[in-house]
Design a protein around this ligand. Sequence first.
Ligand code: ZN
Length: 175
Amino acid sequence: MNRILHATGFAAEKHKQQRRKNADATPYINHPIEVAEHLARIGGICDEDVLIAALLHDTIEDTHTTYEELVDHFGKRVADIVLECTDDKSLEKAERKRLQIVNAPKKSSEAKCVKIADKTSNLSSIISDPPRDWDIQRKKEYFEWAERVIDGLLGENDALDAYVKEVLACGKASL
Ligand code: ZN
């Protein structure tokens, strides 16, 4: 429990300058908290390392946090899951997106669960509270791409799979 609070505080500090792209510019930390909460409530996951990795899943990619820092604070298992959820930002965006599709099936079970919850959170936001400047075409393209990534992540947790499929169907019906 204390480690989860530590991770929440750590992520909040790391993301403190960042906002989501929705109309209200929600503080970024709401997103990783939602991802962790989704894993616990919908997925029934109580593995503390997985929930902590979910809280930290965007810290290496989107802040100055290093892998070593995560090892020091939260241990190697957590740091490894976060690293698996991290895109290589030195690559072009199109290449990063292509690699997410290619690499999804190769991820560990833990990383697949975090990534499914991450995609679920992002897709739900696009339906209910989209980025300010996204037109319908951009939303559709995101859904099409995300579905291909998600295809490679399914099969670890039935409840997470069922929920994300509902969100994908909802997006298809409404976009
Ligand atoms: Zn995320």
